[in-house]
Design a protein around this ligand. Structure first.
Ligand code: UD1
Length: 417
């Protein structure tokens, strides 16, 4: 297993290019199940979760041809409608195959992903969406089994704007004749990117990015070519790293409008962030002022940047709170940051940080993708040497994060254990 060794306290300087978004690429790759024609997806990051998606598509009957950052998904044989546990347990987003397969073939069987480090993560909202469109579901030997005589366009009202459920129902609706309306839909930029792709395939999706999405499906969708949007979570992580470790960095391809809540909070804390042609520039300004945040569905503060933000706020001049409202158990990084000298008290879904002048290096462990990224940020900002174990979690969502930071001047190495 790989580990990172970081000799912290170095300022970061230069330019980094933001990769394509993992969370946009996953549903778009999976949407290729809606057609037998080839789909060409560009700007796809090279990540563990993306490789898992390729395996899932191949298992279901697709061909996947990767050439650099461009991926062609083609037809090999009639698709299977069962997503096996070996793959689903590695990546919860596998549940997204349910929508396209159910709409096309009238049945699908997906292993239930089970809980994970950050929470229970049920799929009830996805299922209620499919049921509203005319499917029935039950659980059998650890799998969720969905069947329908034929889905129909309906109004689907979500109790919470789940990102995955919005994507799943959008994909099912794209291959269902008639009009489906999703009320209280998730508004994340990745939803808009999926809508763009579905439109290129021949569906008519309007309203994505808002609370109400209208999808007019088509009996037959075609192949399409699409370039995935830049990763706003990778961008947010790098912004926190520069703010915490100090420096002056331009993030090329970063989209300012996708991160307004984070940028507003960072500015309040003192970081200087500007929109520059083709990206975002950040100039640090020493220890941050304390700023309390609350994670929220987009356009609120993104839960996926909460851990990197905490590494930054651990250094604040005063007391700041972080309230996590999306996942029930997303403070695994706090205990590791305590080992680095942070002062954090977690009570339910609220963490209270009393800023310290410096973090100090320690041996710590990543528990999930974003907690791991938060620890990298803490290690870069800390004085002394930090060793982060279980880097494979970080590799699920960041493409060689250590190379990016090394190019910016950090002293970070990947070692084999
Ligand atoms: C996606 C992102 C993830 C991000 C999250 C929230 C991908 C691949 N992952 O995950 O990085 O952290 O959005 O921005 O895009 N919930 C239910 N029932 C459901 C569905 C969700 O209770 O049927 C709950 C979840 O347990 C969680 C919350 O709703 O507490 C948010 O989940 P959701 O928006 O669905 O996130 P994901 O799509 O899983």
């Amino acid at each position: 297993m790989d580990a990172f060794i970081i000799h912290g306290g170095r300022r970061l300087r230069g330019t980094a290019r933001i990769n394509g978004s993992k969370n946009a690429a996953l549903p778009i790759l999976i949407a290729s199940l809606l057609t037998d024609e080839p789909c060409v997806i560009q700007n796809v990051p090279n990540l563990r979760d993306i490789n898992t998606t390729y395996r899932l598509l191949e298992e279901l009957g697709k061909t996947v041809t990767v050439s650099g950052k461009s991926v062609t998904v083609g037809f090999r044989r009639k698709l299977k409608t069962k997503a096996p546990y070996e793959i689903v347990k590695q990546m919860r987003a596998s549940i997204l195959v349910a929508g396209p397969l159910l709409a096309r073939f009238g049945n699908v069987r997906v292993s239930l992903p089970g809980g994970c480090a950050i929470g229970l993560r049920p799929i009830d909202i996805h299922l209620k969406g499919f049921e509203a469109m005319g499917a029935e579901s039950h659980t059998e030997q650890g799998d969720v089994v969905l069947a329908t005589e034929g889905l129909a366009g309906r109004t689907v009202r979500f109790s919470f704007p789940s990102v995955g459920a919005t994507e799943n129902v959008m994909m099912a609706a794209a291959a269902t004749e008639g009009v489906t309306s999703i009320e209280n839909a998730a508004r994340e930029p990745e939803i808009e990117d999926l809508a763009d792709f579905l439109n290129k395939m021949g569906a008519t999706v309007t309203g994505a990015g808002g609370k109400r999405i209208r999808i007019e499906g088509a009996a037959r969708l075609s192949g399409a070519k699409h370039r995935v949007i830049p990763d706003r979570i990778e961008t947010g992580t790098y912004l926190c790293a520069v703010a915490a470790a100090g420096g002056d960095v331009t993030l090329k391809e970063a989209v300012y409008e996708h991160l307004e809540a984070l940028i507003a909070a960072m500015r309040k804390a003192g970081a200087k962030i500007t929109k520059v042609p083709g990206g975002i520039r950040i100039v640090s300004s020493g220890r941050p002022k304390p700023v309390s945040i609350l994670t929220k569905p987009h356009p609120g503060f993104p839960t996926d940047v909460q851990a990197p933000w905490m590494a930054y706020m651990a250094l604040c001049r005063g007391k700041a709170k972080v309230r996590e409202t999306i996942f029930e158990n997303r403070f695994m990084h706090a205990a590791e940051m305590l080992r680095m000298g942070a002062s954090i008290v977690v009570n339910g879904n609220t963490a209270t940080l009393r800023g310290v002048p410096d973090l100090s290096g320690a041996e710590i462990m990543a528990s999930d993708i974003r907690a791991g990224a938060g620890l990298v940020v803490a290690g870069l900002a800390a004085q002394g040497t930090t060793k982060i174990q279980r880097v494979y979690h970080i590799d699920r969502g960041y493409e060689r994060i250590e190379s990016v930071f090394r190019r910016l001047g950090a002293n970070i190495l990947r070692v084999k254990e």
